[in-house]
Design a protein around this ligand. Sequence first.
Ligand SMILES: C[S@@+](CC[C@H](N)C(=O)[O-])C[C@H]1O[C@@H](n2cnc3c(N)ncnc32)[C@H](O)[C@@H]1O
Length: 279
Amino acid sequence: MTSSGSVNARIEAHYSRAGLGELILAALRQAGKDLARLTVEDLAPLDEFHVRGREATLELGRLAGLTAGSRVLDVGSGLGGPSRCIARTFGCHVAGIDLTEEYCGVATMLAKLTAMTDAVQYRQADAMDLPFPAESFDVVWTQHTSMNIADKAGFFRELGRTLKRGGTLAVYDILAGPVTPIHFPVPWARVPGSSFLCTAGELRSILEGNGYRIEAWQDSTDQARLWFTAVARRIQERGPAPLGLHLLMGDDFATMANNQRRNLEEGRIATVQVVARKI
Ligand SMILES: C[S@@+](CC[C@H](N)C(=O)[O-])C[C@H]1O[C@@H](n2cnc3c(N)ncnc32)[C@H](O)[C@@H]1O
C-alpha cells in the first residue's frame, strides 16, 4: 500500500461505523420521525457533519450564488446532508463523492427515504482522483474535507480540473490557528497522522497559485466558537441529543466536541468560508 493509500485507509476507518444506517434509522424512529415521510429537515441534526451544521451550508450556498440548474460536485459529501439541503433549497443537481464507502451507502439510503434521488447521487471515490471528465461542473463544493488531505495544492488542482472555466469553487474548512498543536481527538481525526491543517495565508496562496481568483473570504471562527461552546455544554449537562453527530462518531464525540471548544478558545483552529472563481 502507498503512503497515501495507508493514510486513506486510516481515514476511512476513522469515519466508518459498522451498522451506521441501522443505527440512524433506529434513532429516527426513537425521535418520533415517520420514516415513510422523512424530510431533508428531519435529518439536519445528524447529516450536516461540520461546525454550525445546516446554517453554515445555507450561508455557503448563498455566498456561492447557487441557482436552479447549477451542476454541483460535492467533494467529501459525507452522509449527504449538505447536498440534499442545497438541492432542495436552490434547485441544483449534486454529485457527491466520498472516500468512506459506508457513508456513500448511507447517503444513498437517506436520499431514497427523502425522495431526493433525482437531484443527488453519491459514489465512493478519492478526492485526489475524481471520476469525472475535465470541466464537468459549474460549482465544486467542499466542506470540512481538506483537513484529511496532506497535498492541498494537488487537491485544489484536481477540484479545478473538474470545474468549468469561470466556474465557482465553494469551500468551508477548518484551518490551523496561530497556536499549535491542536488537542486530539477531533471529529476528523483521532491521531495527528490523519490531520493536515494549513493556515489562512497558506490556503490563500495555494488557491491563487492553482488557477483560482478569490472572490469572498469569510472568517467564521467567532461563530464556530459560540456554537461549539453551546454543543459541549449541552452534552455535559444533558448528554447527547437523540439525533446528533455522536451517532457517527460514537462515545468519543463528547470528548471531540470539548476539544473543539478548547481548540477554538485557545486559537489552535479557525474556520473560513471561501468562494473562488476558476480563471
Ligand atoms: C467531517 S466529514 C464532512 C462531510 C460533509 N462534507 C459534511 O460537511 O457533512 C469529512 C468527510 O471527508 C471525507 N474524506 C476525507 N478524505 C477524503 C478523500 N481523500 N476523498 C474523498 N473524501 C474524503 C470523509 O470520508 C468524510 O466523509
